[in-house]
Design a protein around this ligand. Sequence first.
Ligand SMILES: CCCCCCCC(=O)SCCNC(=O)CCNC(=O)[C@H](O)C(C)(C)COP(=O)(O)OP(=O)(O)OC[C@H]1O[C@@H](n2cnc3c(N)ncnc32)[C@H](O)[C@@H]1OP(=O)(O)O
Length: 134
Amino acid sequence: MSKLLKDSNHMCFACSPKNPIGLKLVFEHEGDICRASFIAGPEHQGWNGVMHGGLLTTILDEVMAQWLWSRELSAMTAEMTTRFVNPVPIGAKLTIESRLVANKRRLFLMEADALLPDGSVAAKATAKFMPVKV
Ligand SMILES: CCCCCCCC(=O)SCCNC(=O)CCNC(=O)[C@H](O)C(C)(C)COP(=O)(O)OP(=O)(O)OC[C@H]1O[C@@H](n2cnc3c(N)ncnc32)[C@H](O)[C@@H]1OP(=O)(O)O
C-alpha cells in the first residue's frame, strides 16, 4: 500500500474515515472492477431533492483513482468528463463502478458509471490519470 494511503493523518474528503465532513467512501474490488456505494442526504443536494453533480463527479473521480491506488499505481486525475444521464434522488443508493480502459504511454484512461437502484445509469465519467511520485 502506498505511503499516502497508510498515513494516519490522511484526510481525503472522499475516503478518509477521519475527515469529519468527508464522504467516507469504502471500496471493494471484484475482478477488474472497483466499486463503492453512496446514499446522498439532504446536505448533498444541489437542485431540491437531487444530488449535486459536483459531488457525484467527486465520487466518480475517487472510484477511478482507487482502482489505480489499490494496484500501487500512484496517479492523479489530469482530465475528467462527466455525463449526467439521470438525476440522483436524495436517499437513493448509488453504486459506482470503475475500470481501466487503456494504458497509453504515461496515461491511464479510466471510466466509471454511477448506477441507480434499478440499474439505470445516473452518470458516466471518463478520465485520464497521470503517474506521480509520492
Ligand atoms: C488516496 C487517493 C486519493 C484520490 C483523489 C482523487 C483523484 C484526484 O482528484 S487527484 C487531484 C486532482 N488532480 C490534480 O491535482 C493534478 C494536478 N496536475 C498535476 O499535478 C500535473 O499537471 C500532472 C501530474 C497531471 C502532470 O504533470 P507533468 O507530469 O508535469 O505533466 P506535463 O509535463 O505537463 O505533461 C507531460 C506529458 O503529459 C501530457 N499531458 C498532460 N496532461 C494531459 C492530459 N490531461 N491529457 C493528455 N495528455 C496530458 C503532456 O502533453 C505531456 O506530453 P509530452 O510528454 O508528449 O509532451
